[in-house]
Design a protein around this ligand. Sequence first.
Ligand code: ACO
Length: 154
Amino acid sequence: KEIMPDTCHIRPLKRSDFHRGHLDVLRGLTHVGEISEAAWTERFDWMKRCNGTYYTLVIVDESSDASKSIVGTGTLFVEKKFLYELGTQGHIEDIAIAGDMQGKKLGVKLIQALDHIAKEVGCYKTILDCDPKNAAFYEKCGYGKAGQEMHHYY
Ligand code: ACO
C-alpha cells in the first residue's frame, strides 16, 4: 500500500497560497466558482481575524509545479459553546485531496493533523458531515457514525 510521498508536507494555509492551486483542489470536492485573488485574500484575512476559529491546512507537494503544488486541503472550525461547561467543539470541513494524489495516505494524514489541532485547542470532540461513500475513509480515521445530517438551502 502507498504511503504519503516524502516530497509532501502539511502546513497552515498562507496568504500567498492563491497561486499554488488551493481553489483547484477544492474544485475536486464541490462548486467553488470564479474567485479573484483580491476576494480570496479578503476571505483569508477575515478568517485570520477570527483568531483561533479557522485552522485551514494544506498539503504541499514540492515535486509539483508551484502553480499546482497544493495537493490537499482541509479546515478545522472551532466552535465555542455554552454547553458542556463552556465547551469547545471542532468541525472538520472542506477536505479535498487532488485526484491524482488520492490513495497515498494524504487524506488520513490531513485528518490526523486537524485532530491534533482540535485536541491542542481544547475540543472535547470533532464532528463532520460526509457523503455516505466517504464514511469508510472517516471510519479509518477514527470517526464513528452519529446522528443524521439535515440541511436547509436558502
Ligand atoms: N471509501 C472507502 N475507503 C476509502 C475511501 C473511500 N471513499 N477513501 C479512502 N479510503 C481508505 C483508503 O483505501 C485507505 O485505506 P487503508 O488505510 O486500508 O489503505 C484509507 O481510507 C486512507 O486513505 P487515504 O489514502 O488517506 O485517502 P485519500 O488521500 O484518497 O483521501 C478523500 C480521501 C479525502 C475522501 C479523497 O479521496 C478526496 O479528496 N475525495 C474527493 C473530495 C471529497 O469527497 N472529500 C471529502 C468531503 S467530506 C468533508 O469535507 C468533511
